[in-house]
Design a protein around this ligand. Sequence first.
Ligand code: ATP
Ligand code: MG
Length: 416
Amino acid sequence: MRQSQLPNFVRKEFPKDEESYNAKILVRAGFIDKLMAGAYSYLPLGLRVLEKIENIVKEEMNALGAFEIRMPVLSPKENWEKTGRWKSFDALFKVIARDKKEYALGPTHEEIIIPLSQRAVFSYKDLPFSLYQIQTKFRDEARVKSGLLRGKEFLMKDLYSFHADAKDLDHFYEKVSRAYFGIFKKLGLDAWRVEASGGTFSKYSHEFQVFIEDGEDEVVCCPHCRFARNKEMFSSKQTGNCPVCKSSLEVAQASEVGNVFKLGTNYSGPFSLKYRDKNGQEKNVVMGCYGIGISRLMGVLAEVFHDKDGLLWPSSLAPFQAHLLSVFGSDAAVNKKIGKQAEEAYKKLAAAGVEVLFDDRKNKTAGEKLVESDLIGIPVRLVVSQKTGDKIEFKERSKEKTQLVDFSFIKNYLDR
Ligand code: ATP
Ligand code: MG
């Protein structure tokens, strides 16, 4: 795609109204724009990253055998009253319609998916199954100073599983955990599975936490055996030594990028989501729910993958694989040659199926183009200038070294 056709959202300075690094850099580099605290627009570059995250998550969900659906964001008050959450969910956004009826904007979807699933569950033969969606969620969060890490409006993947008994849920719960490790690995993140409070059905639930300085959670962890528990749950006398391997424990800030939770029959009960077992006896369906913070992940990725000059996207997530820059000087004849050569390189890259952003802008200086390229953080930078002759200057965003190469080198590098 041509940068001359892309509205330039890149800023010279960090925005003054942001506190968190992820928001500062993503706004400055033109990936997102703040509408108000807790709500951001995803701009062309940002949306491409977000969609790559979504696709990695979808692949793993589909591999679990889960099917994707999409439920309404708007839901009736009655559903939330059934579970008591109309009153107890303090971050629930409530909307009043013209006929004075009240609705909730979905912060999570148990209250919607359970009555929905009722239509497909009659006997044990209908179980197990799992459904997920990737959708915008709304929560009236008290503090929204962490950019994409905490929004009033944010993107979540929520998966729900339906089982005949606890044993089947336990099995699936571990399968989802393994899928989560796979997702975070593909995203280049070292996520830890952390014990957290479990509700009534199990002693613990598990959060997947990534250690970052600006993370909102405190996690007690054992660097030796990777035991970890959310600090909220640790009594002070327990901190000290690891309950598993006795090494000394550490406490560090982290961001919860996902979680897995055994709901048991806590939600199927109020909605009478039941099935008949082999003996014809009616039983409550046993459930699990599993979230991933898609937009939060983008914030975490920005916190993890950057240097002093800007973002440093891993290639699986980068908005483009290569950033091709035509750098012009003052000589019109030379500029014409540079323009032509860069055009050819662009067409060849595009024809070879490379996702390439082509900075073909004529009104930007070399300095401006290079600074913006570092900010945006596409993994490979390719420059055509007076200095490069018939070759192209190749540079990896994460490295200092530049080298003059020909097209086949670039193609081989990107195919590797
Ligand atoms: P947290 O403890 O961070 O408030 P939560 O435990 O309430 O999150 P869930 O309701 O389980 O989170 O939501 C699933 C996932 O959605 C979380 O693991 C997190 O990654 C993400 N998430 C939750 N709230 C927000 C938010 N306000 N903004 C962005 N992402 C969020
Ligand atoms: Mg939590």
